[in-house]
Design a binder for this molecule. Structure first.
Ligand code: TYM
Length: 344
């Protein structure tokens, strides 16, 4: 048992095209954890600029992610919702972690390799050191639990390595400053349920992503009901009927993806979805999925649009959240400075 008070932290990048993967892999989990934990949910604008962002679009996208959190049911009064750049401890602790993490560790990050692609020499330095900032996001609140999709697992492992190395490198000083069992917790990823890796609707071997050029590859949270139905109708499938059990989905990535999405939206395990739809063809499964998706996502998108019409309200939520976040983060970073040996 960890001696750290349980606390949840997670973040979403404001880079546009918020989609069903973000919703099922992360945001629905944020909502569920509110009953049992103190939660901090962050719109990670510092992360977004690791790739160039149009300033006006960035402002809009920060508000859009905030609107998605609120529309999905995150309570910004009971918990904390804010944008990262308002709390300077994230960037400050990230610098410290730049000096704790090793080049070799970051060189192993698959997401950097994917995002930098063949143009590695031309990638921003921020894109490379991004996982250190992510570790700082979590650890500046000494958060213990981090709900994320499967694609963030490697970054979470790195955050644990950084916390561990800091605890070891400064063990004596940490003790001298009154912390008996290490200063940082080793944060645990929470990656659960049938939709931890939602795949593209066009290609079952690629994950659904904000940056995929084809809009038909994803369902955006602000898509209209007609658009949602159309994208599901056009989703790639194979010619077989659905199997009666999960084992029958092996080697059928597109079918597995749609069944997983159905389960996550309905709040049912895959076994149960297949009990209901085993033997059905996609010509009957797709309309059922479209109906369910429209039922769940339609009101969400509408509420997001309403909230986006009142940017003053959204900005006030972020300012209030940032103030409360700062009250937790600043003392932690002050302790870090003392532990390292800085003055002041
Ligand atoms: P981001 O903005 O790419 O995605 C936000 C969340 O959505 C999840 N996700 C998915 N889940 C299932 N299927 C998909 N196709 C899919 N695509 C995205 C992501 O796993 C994530 O949980 N580095 C993070 C943001 C971040 C963060 C943090 C997260 C920065 N600091 C601290 C947790 C804690 C990212 O780029 O997420």
């Amino acid at each position: 048992m960890s001696h750290f008070t349980p606390r949840v932290f997670s973040g979403v990048q404001p880079t546009g095209n918020l989609h069903l993967g973000n919703y099922l892999g992360a945001i629905t989990k944020f909502v569920a954890l509110q009953d049992t934990h103190d939660c901090i949910y962050c719109i990670v604008d510092l992360h977004a600029i690791t790739l160039w962002q149009d300033p006006r679009a960035l402002t809009r996208n920060i508000r859009e992610v905030t609107a998605a959190f609120l529309a999905a049911g995150v309570d910004p009064q009971k918990h904390i919702v804010f944008n990262q750049s308002q709390v300077s401890a994230h960037a400050e602790l990230a610098w410290v972690f730049n000096c704790v993490a090793r080049m070799g560790w970051l060189n192993r990050m698959t997401q950097f390799k994917e995002k930098a692609g063949k143009h590695r020499e031309n990638a921003s330095v921020g894109l490379f050191s991004y996982p250190n900032l992510m570790a700082a996001d979590i650890l500046t609140y000494r958060a213990t639990h981090v709900p994320v999709g499967e694609d963030q697992k490697q970054h979470l492992e790195l955050a644990r390595d950084i916390a561990q190395k800091f605890n070891t490198d400064f063990a004596a000083s940490i003790k001298e400053h009154g912390h008996e069992n290490g200063f940082f917790p080793l944060p645990e990823p929470l990656i659960t349920g049938p939709a931890t890796r939602v795949m593209s609707l066009r290609d079952g071997s690629k994950k659904m992503s904000k940056s995929e050029p084809s809009d038909y590859s994803r369902i955006n949270l602000t898509d209209s009901a007609d658009m949602i139905a159309k994208k599901i109708r056009k989703a790639r499938t194979d010619p077989e009927a659905l199997p009666g059990e999960p084992a029958g989905l092996e080697g059928r990535p597109e079918a597995a993806n749609l069944v997983g999405i159905f389960g996550a939206l309905a709040g049912k395990p895959v076994e149960e979805v297949l009990r209901d739809f085993g033997g059905a063809n996609f010509s009957s499964f797709k309309p059922a999925l479209a109906e369910l998706a429209v039922e769940k996502l339609g009101p969400l998108g509408e509420r997001m649009n309403e909230l986006m019409d009142d940017p003053g309200y959204i900005d006030a939520v972020l300012v209030d959240g940032a103030e409360r976040a700062r009250r937790i983060a600043t003392p932690v970073y002050d302790d870090v400075k003392k532990i390292i040996g800085f003055i002041g």
